[in-house]
Design a protein around this ligand. Structure first.
Ligand SMILES: [Mg+2]
Length: 194
């Protein structure tokens, strides 16, 4: 089936920044599980204190974010071909809107954590499919972490494209890894032309 929609991750994919998730997880006191799920399970006052830790790091990284090279060109290609572009992030609406405005980017559908639908669950991706009226087979996902892969697989989306300098991190996963957005755009162009 031809791809008619692409779901982008925000941090590390559309914009680049330098989240130290190991340190953040240590500061918050969660293990390898979902930070949002952990925070959500806490009682006050611990809940507010630990949310503030996450939000402080996010504010810092949002401020420092730069647009990834090639994003504008890829969005332009999708727009020209009539392919929908969605953004799904575990970040807040405030930070997502700040970045979209700062870099003058537009998506057909934006889902942030206020939805209560968080990666690595496939729920936020299923919400995009519903909004855009697409089947999982007609959609691709572009991300940079295992959470993106897990969410895509959970939603039944098989076209998973990752941006990473370390393809070995994703060995064994049914994904295609690209060193940068230009290589990915070329690949998508050939896919769309096929
Ligand atoms: Mg990311």
């Amino acid at each position: 089936m031809r791809i008619r929609g692409v779901i982008f991750d925000l941090d590390g994919t559309v914009v680049q920044n330098d989240y130290d998730w190991t340190r953040i997880r240590e500061e918050i006191g969660t293990g390898a599980t979902s930070i949002l799920g952990y925070l959500d399970s806490l009682e006050e006052p611990e809940r507010s204190t630990k949310w503030t830790i996450l939000e402080t790091h996010e504010a810092e990284q949002t401020e420092a974010s730069v647009l990834r090279r090639g994003v504008r060109e890829l969005l332009g290609l999708l727009h020209t071909r009539g392919i929908a572009a969605a953004l799904v992030t575990n970040n807040s609406r405030k930070n997502a809107e700040f970045l979209l405005e700062k870099f003058d980017l537009a998506f057909d559908c934006v889902i942030t954590r206020e939805s209560g639908l968080w990666k690595p669950s496939g729920a936020p991706f299923l919400e995009v499919l519903k909004t855009l009226g697409l089947e999982p087979e007609a959609c691709g996902v572009i991300g940079d972490t295992h959470f993106d892969v897990m969410a895509a697989l959970d939603a039944g989306i098989g076209a998973i494209f990752l941006l990473s300098d370390e393809p070995e991190r994703f060995a064994g996963f049914p994904v295609e890894v690209f060193p940068d957005m230009d290589f990915l755009r070329e690949h998508l162009e050939s896919l769309l032309a096929a």
